[in-house]
Design a protein around this ligand. Structure first.
Ligand code: ZN
Length: 227
């Protein structure tokens, strides 16, 4: 089941716009390695506790009947939201909160539960929270990690869904999001199908992945034709 309420989506998207969280045009690298031409940043929302509280309550209301015992946040940007969801789910006996963080393994990106966190997972009714879902690659990895540790994944949630991945594809009963702002994505470099790379448009260094991309490969206008 995939959930999005049109009236909620409109209100949340307006809040994103009011706080300049949506950059309509640009050239960005996503965690999956693909490129896109617009960006939604959770930073202006994560900086405002009042907005996070409202969003946390909206999400908590959607999972109130699921008896959530554990929230897994995807570090770093999903952590503040997870705390507000937990608080609004149950102020006297809130669910536990842990987080999965990105680690480097043999030059590839992976996630891990460090510090004793994974011992809290087995048998728990779990909600997984992130700020933004783009292609859903990271979310799918975390769902599988929780299931492998015998957690019962009741659903996943985010403030903004930008891709096409569904609850079924994630392997969860419920995919919940507060706003839906789909984005087209492309393979990078002059050899890929990214029109912005082909036109040698500078990468906007708005997010860690774009900064990393430029550090590693430079800006498109400096590329040789074989890239
Ligand atoms: Zn590109």
């Amino acid at each position: 089941m995939t959930l999005v309420l049109p009236e909620t989506q409109e209100v949340v998207t307006d809040i994103f716009r009011q706080h300049n969280a949506i950059i309509e045009t640009g050239h960005f690298a996503l965690p999956s390695g693909k490129h896109c031409g617009s960006w939604v940043s959770s930073a202006p929302i994560n900086a405002r506790v009042g907005l996070l509280s409202i969003f946390g309550q909206m999400i908590a209301d959607s999972f109130r009947k699921d008896n959530i015992e554990l929230i897994v946040a995807i570090a770093i940007a999903g952590i503040p939201l997870a705390h507000h969801i937990a608080y609004h789910l149950n102020q006297t006996a809130p669910p536990l909160i842990i987080f999965a963080e990105e680690v480097h393994r043999l030059d590839r990106k992976a996630f891990a539960f460090i510090r004793e966190y994974e011992k809290l997972i087995p048998g728990k009714r779990t909600l997984i929270a992130d700020d933004i879902i783009n292609l859903g690659t990271s979310m799918k990895t975390i769902v599988q990690m929780v299931q492998k540790k015998e957690g019962i994944v009741c659903g996943v949630t985010c403030m903004c869904h930008r891709g096409t991945i569904t609850a079924e594809e994630l392997g969860v009963p419920k995919l919940h999001y507060l706003s839906y702002l789909p984005v087209e994505t492309w393979e990078p470099f002059l050899t890929g199908n990214c029109p912005l790379c082909k036109n040698r448009v500078d990468i906007d260094q708005q997010n860690p992945r774009s900064i990393e991309f430029v550090k590693r490969f430079g800006q498109p206008n400096a590329w040789h034709s074989q890239i």
